[in-house]
Write a protein that binds this ligand. Structure first.
Ligand code: UGA
Length: 434
């Protein structure tokens, strides 16, 4: 099938390459010429495990191309809208600027029978609005909402083997037509085993933000328990293990630490609260305000802990921050807890040196005032405190005996409960964790 993918960020680039791998003829469109040039030459514009290989394979097949020219979507039967919906500056709501401008630009090239499949995370009501505009511009085309649930770091796997597919369809024949086309898009030998939820626009849009809100709540729940554990000397990791054995609760997303960041969970829960307010049901989501504040409190607590182990002040202390990305296996630094803590400690007078296996380039662009080092050893040289902020495997596997040789003081703060306290203490370190 001929497919177009509009917006080639983390979501769209992976989706385009994955659809080509499934055998479709795909054109990816983005307004960013540098990104298009990278993708057209089978280079991944960001770090995402497996994407370079997928791009190489799909490009070599001749079924994948990229362009800045929107008119090239003409002739595709399904058009995936994959642009970003960042948080508005100074407000909780989502900025729909990219969605609206991409959608307007698409309309001139849509033909009767085409399906536009929205994948972006949007406030509920957006699909209904886009469908109305589509109805005016090209009444023979159909809008569907087909949210995406991929995680950065696992984007390729999640796109090729999703946990579920959700179609939000209009009623009647247009909905049936769109469903048939989407079924064909996703018809792989694997899709037989993928649960499919067919529903209406509103539900499909809500599924996405409900899922992210649940995940954020789970993380903040365990971080709230961590506060109780700190106050009582209990161990939050054992607590998470124990409650996680209950299949109704489950152990995943119960890792206490610096909390959630990135381009999705924080802005999605805020946009959801803003939308609930517009709909007059803000009370229903007032708990998300608490989820957000528990999460932000983690960062403050981390800085406090650094002060505590440094004898009451971090002024002039050298602090090595291991990790800059918002999570391991990503070079994404959007709303990164690691960088937020690093910047705060620097503001308070510490000499902070940040390292990361993949995200230094992005971190440097956003936080030019911080100091950066290429390796953990370099960052830790002469350090008074070493702080694990993003739990990359290579940091979890650091040999504390070896690192002890380069630091000034053997103090380690585990912001992700990713280190083995026994091992570090045995090597003479003062170990503290959130
Ligand atoms: C999240 C969702 O997990 C995806 O399902 C969703 O599709 C995506 O947002 C999106 O809306 O596009 P992502 O932001 O890539 O994916 O990352 P997550 O793996 O969810 O991690 C988010 C943050 O939570 C990270 O900062 C991570 O360190 C933190 N986290 C995660 C914890 O602090 N504890 C945990 O137990 C799990």
């Amino acid at each position: 099938m001929r497919i177009s993918v509009i917006g080639c960020g983390y979501l769209g680039a992976v989706h385009a390459a994955a659809m080509a791998k499934l055998g479709h003829d795909v054109v990816g469109v983005d307004v960013d010429a540098a990104k298009v040039d990278d993708l057209a030459n089978a280079r991944a514009p960001f770090f995402e495990p497996g994407l370079p290989e997928l791009l190489a394979e799909s490009s070599a097949s001749g079924r994948l191309r990229f362009t800045t020219d929107m008119s090239e979507i003409a002739g595709s039967q399904v058009h995936f809208l994959c642009v970003g919906t960042p948080q508005k500056r100074g407000e909780f709501g989502a900025d729909l600027g990219y969605v609206n401008s991409a959608f307007d630009a698409m309309l001139a090239h849509i033909s009767p029978g085409d399906v536009i499949a929205g994948k972006s995370t949007v406030p509920v009501g957006t699909a209904e609005n886009l469908a109305e505009r589509l109805g005016v511009a090209e009444p023979g085309a159909v809008l569907v909402w087909n949210p995406e649930f991929l995680r950065e770091g696992f984007a390729v796997k999640d796109t090729l083997h999703p946990d579920r597919l959700v179609y939000g369809l209009p009623d009647g024949a247009p909905g049936e037509h769109a469903k048939a086309l989407l079924d064909e898009v996703y018809a792989t030998p694997l899709s037989e085993h993928i649960p499919l939820v067919v529903t209406d626009y509103a539900t499909a849009q809500l599924v996405k933000v409900a899922a992210n809100s649940f995940l954020a709540t789970k993380i903040s729940f365990i971080n709230a328990m961590a506060e109780l554990c700190e106050a009582t000397g209990a161990d939050v990791t054992s607590l998470a293990d124990a409650i996680g054995h209950d299949a109704r609760i489950g152990r995943r997303f119960l890792n206490a630490g610096l909390g959630f960041g990135g381009g999705c969970l924080p802005k999605d829960i805020r946009a959801f609260m803003a939308r609930a307010g517009e709909l007059g049901v803000d009370q229903a989501l007032s708990f998300l305000r608490e989820v957000d504040s528990i999460n932000m409190r983690r960062r403050v607590r981390m800085v406090d802990l650094a002060r505590e182990v440094s004898g009451g002040s971090i002024v002039g202390r050298r602090i090595a921050v291991l990790g800059a990305a918002f999570k391991p296996n990503s070079d994404d630094v959007r709303d990164s807890p690691a960088l937020s803590v690093a910047a705060q400690m620097q503001l308070q007078g510490a000499h902070v040196v940040v390292t990361d296996p993949q995200a230094i380039g992005n971190a440097r662009k956003k936080w030019p005032d911080l100091s950066f080092a290429d390796t953990a050893e370099e960052a830790a040289t002469g350090a008074d405190v070493v702080l694990l902020a993003t739990e990359w495997d290579e940091y979890r596997e650091i040999d504390p005996e070896k690192l002890a040789l380069v630091v000034r003081e053997k103090r380690v703060l585990d912001g992700r409960n990713g280190l083995d306290p026994e091992l570090w203490r045995a090597a003479g370190w003062t170990y503290r964790a959130l």
